[in-house]
Design a protein around this ligand. Structure first.
Ligand SMILES: Nc1ncnc2c1ncn2[C@@H]1O[C@H](COP(=O)(O)OP(=O)(O)OP(=O)(O)O)[C@@H](O)[C@H]1O
Ligand SMILES: [Mg+2]
Length: 429
């Protein structure tokens, strides 16, 4: 039988807490900027002193490259250090010279001994900014398990967080990701740190996206776009233009989706291919979007609009290696699928966005004005959108036309695809 614990004995030396009001004379902390704007923005406008940032990403995606570039930039203004537990001094130097940052005053060390890192941070010459690459290689001798194990990773992170809060240094931890894409080690690691960033991208594509998934000091879902080149990661100033640059005009199955990533509008190309299938269960392949959502869009097209995808393989790809999660892409996906199925190119000067409901209705999405402005800026001539709400102040001029639709079936008229009622096939998908 469990015993009810007795209350703590009152100890005379224990004092009650000293509370303070919310308003006070604490100075607002100034953020440190790395001058790599895509990185600073994802961090919420710069680094907050005393914070700990975890950067995760697939092997070889460019984590070490990014952080070496950031640390090198920051080192021009304040003492910074880079500790690699994965690579030797010569290897990091080789990368530094390829990136053209070898003349910056960044301090470099190759070590896996966490005790010495803590001692460095507690010393008088402690760096303001330190990169620990990676947390899985670090080792604390007081913990009786090997590097990379849950206990080691948690204890090492705990120590680094404690010392960062105490000294005001910014600590960046590089974290490996598991096969499933989560940061390896205890999930609690993500709870412990202040900011979690994921560095992602498709292998074989030059674009890399830095995404904030947790930030105690800034908005999440903000993204930074980089391009991996011979000289390292270059910032992509106009991501919309970059993501649609390789688009071929007048091909069926291609649609430009007006998306929002964080606070920024981002135009991306959605590509679809619908091909006859020789398989009993036709293929549904999606890259960069949610496959469950694709099934839903297909089901709505079949059940509410009378289109049949039976016996067809369907491929959907978000060009440029970007991953999108917005339901606002639904209408873009439907447009790409219909265009591919009918072999009719979607009007090339139009962008598309809108959420599709299960009864085939098109629902309004957030930040419509920002999406439209971005499209207008890049020379598009119009947009296929959800119905306008009374509060929306949207561009609709002679040079930029809005075509709002209330139900999915209205899209057929827009692309000039005629569906005959006999094509209606229920229950075959
Ligand atoms: N000479 C080069 N030219 C162009 N790109 C290069 C060159 N050398 C390396 N790269 C790019 O840098 C990537 C490796 O970057 P980096 O080592 O920073 O990745 P990482 O995420 O730290 O990997 P790991 O998980 O192994 O530590 C390579 O996949 C490649 O795309
Ligand atoms: Mg690395």
């Amino acid at each position: 039988m469990s015993q009810i614990p007795k209350g703590l004995k009152r100890d005379k030396s224990t004092k009650p807490l000293d509370f303070v009001g919310l308003k006070g004379s604490s100075e607002p902390t100034e953020r440190w900027k790395s001058q790599i704007q895509e990185f600073d923005r994802v961090c919420g406008g710069g680094l907050v002193p005393g914070s700990v940032i975890l950067v995760g990403g697939d092997p070889g995606i460019g984590k070490s490259t990014l952080l070496l570039q950031v640390a090198a930039q920051l080192s021009k203004g304040r003492p910074c250090a880079y500790v690699s537990g994965e690579e030797g001094i010569a290897q990091v130097r080789m990368r530094a010279s390829r990136l053209g940052v070898e003349t910056t005053p960044l301090q470099l060390s190759s070590s896996t001994d966490l005790r010495s890192i803590i001692a460095t941070l507690e010393s008088k010459e402690a760096p303001d900014f330190i990169v620990v690459d990676s947390i899985q290689t670090m080792y604390l001798d007081s913990v009786d398990s090997s590097p990379g194990t849950v206990t080691q990773v948690r204890c090492c992170a705990q120590e680094l967080i404690r010392v960062a809060k105490k000294t005001g240094s910014v600590v960046v931890l590089v974290g490996h990701v598991t096969k499933e894409g989560a940061i390896a080690g205890p999930r609690i690691l993500e709870h412990m740190v202040d900011t979690v960033l994921y560095f992602e991208g498709e292998r074989g594509h030059q674009f890399r996206i830095l995404r904030s998934v947790k930030n105690r000091f800034g908005p999440t879902d903000e993204i930074g776009v980089f391009e991996m080149t011979q000289l390292g990661l270059q910032e992509v100033e106009n991501p919309s233009a970059a993501f649609i640059a390789d688009r071929h005009d007048d091909v069926s199955g291609s649609v430009i989706f007006g998306g929002i990533e964080g606070t920024r509008p981002l135009l991306v190309e959605l590509q679809s291919l619908v091909a006859p299938s020789s398989l009993a269960t036709p293929r549904r392949t999606v890259i960069g979007w949610d496959s469950g959502r694709l099934s839903m869009v297909i089901a709505v097209l079949e059940a509410r609009c009378g289109v049949s995808f039976a016996g067809k393989d369907i491929y959907l790809n978000v060009a440029g290696g970007l991953k999108i999660s917005e339901p606002a892409a639904d209408l873009g996906v439907a447009a790409a699928l219909l265009s591919a199925l009918s072999n009719i190119p979607f009007p090339k000067d139009f962008i598309v966005f809108g959420e599709i409901g299960l009864v085939g209705e098109i629902r309004p999405v957030s930040q419509m004005a920002a999406r439209l402005k971005e499209a207008e800026k890049l020379g598009f001539k119009g947009a296929l959108t959800p119905p306008k709400r009374a509060k929306d102040a949207l561009v609709d001029s002679s040079s930029f036309k809005l075509h709002s639709i209330k139900t999915l079936i209205e899209i057929f008229e827009f692309i000039g695809y005629d569906v005959k009622p006999k094509e209606m096939v229920h229950g075959t998908y």
